[in-house]
Design a protein around this ligand. Structure first.
Ligand SMILES: Nc1nc2c(ncn2[C@@H]2O[C@H](COP(=O)(O)OP(=O)(O)O)[C@@H](O)[C@H]2O)c(=O)[nH]1
Ligand SMILES: [Mg+2]
Length: 493
């Protein structure tokens, strides 16, 4: 390699210029309308026991005093019971717990106040109106509290995303993954990688500036090369897992397919616990693809019911079959359903030959589509009789009618989805296309570093790679990206 042509003579150890500190600082992102004090209902809408209203901004202390006069501010971060009244009319509004969080030790980093009021609509609107009458206060916009926390360096962008995901998490797996991201795991990883690159960059720059003085220790550039190689391996491993992380966040595509009348729609209704599809003894009932989001054994999934696969039907059903095949190609997991009492029929045999066998049921190759074979209508088989299909690939027996075999199917689904989505506690960390894009950008820049023969260009490539990592956690994020991310939040968060 080109660097071998350079002779480095061991000399007085002159360390690289001090790498830039990696401690977290405010993102520097502007907060629209910052300077104002904002308020909002932070708990859910509707009648409830307790509702939480909060404020953030410099006038928070004044607002708290105005509503609890003549009492003074409560001690910081201690709950106190206070009578709330309207600052103008003096009308009592509620007896509530109030909390005072002087900045920077608050969620947003600004002065914050919380009012834990009784959750009746009249109380909530009375307190919100009272806050609106305090000079300098205005209602918060969606995501504004979190945006302020980000601007003041309380949360990195990946933590903000984790928080949004936690608020929207509907399954156990989503909750676990969101919590990991909120805890900053992805951010820590990116910052550690960025630190490695900062060091590497400092070495390359030191070499550019000082190598002619023969003042650098030997092997500096070789060490940078090996650090870059290690980083490439780590980034590639995470990128390979990125698709799984995104499935875990947005749901795996599970497609139920099989010949007509096998019980596909019955299975979709059973798994989603609601009548999504019409069930009928008439073959060809389901024609369009019907989708429903479900919690499958703790994992998020988008479950699709499809038309029964068969030939020689009318144009409408043919279109249904075409859509079913199209959807099958996009599936992360295929739930292949056959009628256990009708395994010798031409449509069953054809389905086995064209869908089940090529997918390698029970023996999936890495990165290939996964498939679970389910033999439905087990209630029609003689009780205690032999396995109806000893020559079939591994399969599960189920009766949608009686529910027998459902537990076994859910357990098998849990295992399959853990493969498809990854383990939410230890598995993939990249949950969004944005993460994947920047990690790929970083990897590409490292590729340029390896190819270039010019030290200045090599340094530029390292700088570019580091920039991509910084953008994952929010450094130098454009307003446009921030707007997209904060749009995920509701008012009051
Ligand atoms: N005996 C029995 N009948 C079932 C079972 N599951 C579904 N069926 C019946 O099989 C017929 C076709 O069901 P459906 O769910 O519409 O099948 P699809 O065409 O594959 O969607 C309906 O009459 C269902 O009541 C089962 O486990 N046992
Ligand atoms: Mg159907």
């Amino acid at each position: 390699m080109w660097r071998r042509f350079w002779t480095l003579v061991a000399g007085a150890a002159r360390g690289p210029r001090s790498p830039r500190s990696c401690t977290r600082q405010g993102s520097g992102a502007p907060v629209p309308g910052s300077g104002a004090t904002v308020f909002a209902l932070s708990s859910g809408q509707g009648r409830c026991g307790i509702a939480v209203i909060r404020t953030s901004g410099p006038a928070s202390g004044h607002a708290l005093r105005s509503l609890t006069a003549p009492q003074d501010l409560p001690p910081a971060r201690s709950a106190c019971l206070r009578l709330l009244s309207h600052p103008r009319s003096g009308e009592p509004l509620d007896r509530a717990l109030v909390l005072w969080f002087p900045g920077p030790q608050s969620f947003t980093g600004e002065d914050c106040a919380e009012f834990h009021v009784h959750g009746g609509p009249a109380v909530v609107s009375g307190v919100l109106q009272a806050l609106g009458s305090v000079p300098g206060l205005r209602p918060a916009e969606a995501g504004e509290f979190t945006r302020r926390a980000f601007a003041h360096g309380k949360l990195s962008l990946t933590e903000v995303e984790g928080l949004a995901d936690l608020i929207h998490a509907e399954t156990e797996a989503q909750r676990r993954q969101a919590l990991r991201q909120l805890d900053g795991e992805l951010g820590h990883l990116c910052r550690a990688w960025a630190k490695t690159l900062t060091k590497a960059l400092a070495h390359v720059e030191a070499y550019i500036d000082f190598s002619e003085d023969d003042n650098l220790e030997e092997g500096v550039l070789e060490r940078v090369d090996s650090q870059v190689r290690e980083l490439e391996l780590a980034l590639s491993a995470h990128l390979r897992d990125a698709r799984r992380g995104q499935r875990l966040r947005s749901g795996a595509h599970v497609v139920v397919a099989g010949p007509p009348n096998a019980g596909k729609s019955s299975l979709v209704n059973l798994l989603s616990r609601k009548p999504v599809s019409i069930v009928s003894p008439e073959p060809g009932t389901t024609r369009d693809v019907l989708e429903t989001p479900v919690d499958l054994a703790g994992f998020p999934a988008l479950l699709s019911d499809t038309a029964g696969l068969r030939e020689g039907v009318g144009p409408v059903e043919q279109e249904g079959v075409r859509r079913a095949r199209e959807r099958l190609e996009q599936a992360d997991l295929i739930l292949a359903v056959l009628d256990a009492s009708d395994l010798a029929s031409p449509s069953s045999c054809n389905f086995l030959d064209t869908i089940v066998t090529p997918a390698g049921a029970g023996n999936p190759k890495e990165n290939s589509q996964r498939l679970l074979l389910v033999l439905n209508k087990s209630d029609l088989l003689p009780r205690g009789g032999p396995d109806p299909s000893p020559n079939l690939p591994p399969h599960l027996l189920l009766s949608c009618l009686t529910g027998e075999g459902l537990d076994g199917l859910l357990e098998a689904l849990r295992k399959e989805l853990a493969e498809v989505c990854g383990d939410p506690s230890t598995g993939p960390l990249l949950t969004r296309a944005r993460h994947q894009h920047h990690l790929q950008g970083c990897l590409d820049a490292l590729g340029h570093y390896k190819q270039t023969k010019d030290l200045a260009l090599a340094a530029e490539a390292l700088r570019l790679a580091r920039g991509h990592l910084g953008r994952i956690t929010g450094g130098g994020g454009t307003d446009e990206i921030l707007d997209i991310i904060f749009r995920d939040f509701c008012v009051g968060k």
